[in-house]
Design a binder for this molecule. Structure first.
Ligand SMILES: NC(=O)c1ccc[n+]([C@@H]2O[C@H](COP(=O)([O-])OP(=O)(O)OC[C@H]3O[C@@H](n4cnc5c(N)ncnc54)[C@H](OP(=O)(O)O)[C@@H]3O)[C@@H](O)[C@H]2O)c1
Length: 270
């Protein structure tokens, strides 16, 4: 079974699965993790200006030898670069850091500052061919509707914390009318052992000959979420991608849905 793609509200096809590089240092570590992933068949990398590793992501994309059109790269603008005019300058700097021609998906990282001015510049960047799709990250207050209603280009994606403990069902209802897809950050709860070792995952992992993490990632795929688990461990990178040869039943999806309890692992531990 091949990896899956979702069609966004602008017709673009996004690989539903990729790799995130949050907290991976700029330089060889990011470049090698991305190269390993791309060589294993990954076609989607999620980075951000704030992660300070866009140069290494871009280097991996170029060195992979894979045609640019086959790879999806998402990055995010930090609020210090929000504002009409200022955001376009920020996009130009991002394009120069990445050095891969264009950005597949550009997100506003946080719902603060002059996000409306930033959105207008992002729409212009789409018209100019610098960016293919635009969306939001961490917009969960009424600011989400404020942007969606004013936008000429409706957000293609909304990236938020989402995993079996925190499933975002209400948010999914709110964005349905805009055709926006959910991208899950912390897909495996940032590696939270309590989540990963839930008995339902252990039981299903045994049934399918998979790991608990693979069962969680498969749940996201069947929920229609876009995911990009982070890993710098080659075995994890390989295992995380090996989720397209089995399917959970409706009953099993229901059992996992019943884990939803609102726990946000890192906040919970703090
Ligand atoms: N928009 C936002 O505000 C925002 C916020 C947070 C994250 N994100 C995005 O979402 C991505 C994913 O989030 P995340 O990195 O924080 O959390 P995550 O993907 O849920 O978990 C990553 C952790 O799990 C471990 N791991 C990965 N695969 C594993 C496996 N097969 N078995 C056991 N452990 C495994 C990783 O360690 P190893 O490296 O050792 O494998 C790492 O410690 C980020 O990289 C970033 O792109 C966005």
């Amino acid at each position: 079974m091949d990896q899956t793609y979702l069609t966004l509200n602008n017709g673009a096809k996004i690989p539903q699965f990729g790799m995130g590089v949050f907290m991976v240092p700029e330089g060889e570590e990011t470049k090698q993790a991305c190269l390993s992933a791309l060589r294993m068949g990954y076609r989607h990398i999620d980075t951000a200006h704030a992660y300070q590793n866009e140069r290494s992501v871009g280097a991996a994309v170029r060195e992979s030898g894979i045609p640019r059109e086959e790879i999806w790269v998402t990055s995010k603008l930090w609020p210090s670069e929000y504002g009409e005019g200022k955001t376009m300058a920020g996009i130009d700097k991002m394009l120069s850091r990445l050095n891969i021609g264009y950005i597949d998906l550009l997100l506003l990282h946080q719902q603060v500052g002059d996000y409306m001015g930033a959105w207008r510049d992002m729409e212009k960047a789409v018209a100019q061919g610098k960016v293919r799709s635009i969306g939001l990250s961490n917009f969960e207050s009424e600011r989400l509707e404020e942007v969606c209603e004013a936008a000429s280009i409706k957000p293609a994606a909304l990236q938020v914390e989402c995993h079996p403990y925190y499933q975002q069902n209400e948010l999914k209802k709110r964005i349905a009318k805009y055709g926006t897809v959910i991208e899950s950050w912390y897909p495996i709860g940032h590696g939270d052992a309590g989540l990963i070792n839930e008995p339902v995952f252990t039981e299903l992992a045994k049934k399918y000959g998979k790991t608990n993490v693979q069962v969680i990632l498969r749940w996201h795929i069947q929920e229609g979420n876009v995911i990009f688990p982070k890993s710098v461990n080659p075995q994890h990178i390989r295992d995380n991608f090996d989720i397209f040869d089995f399917a959970l039943t409706a009953e099993e999806m229901g059992k996992i849905a019943s884990l939803g309890c609102g726990i946000r692992p890192v906040l919970h531990k703090a």
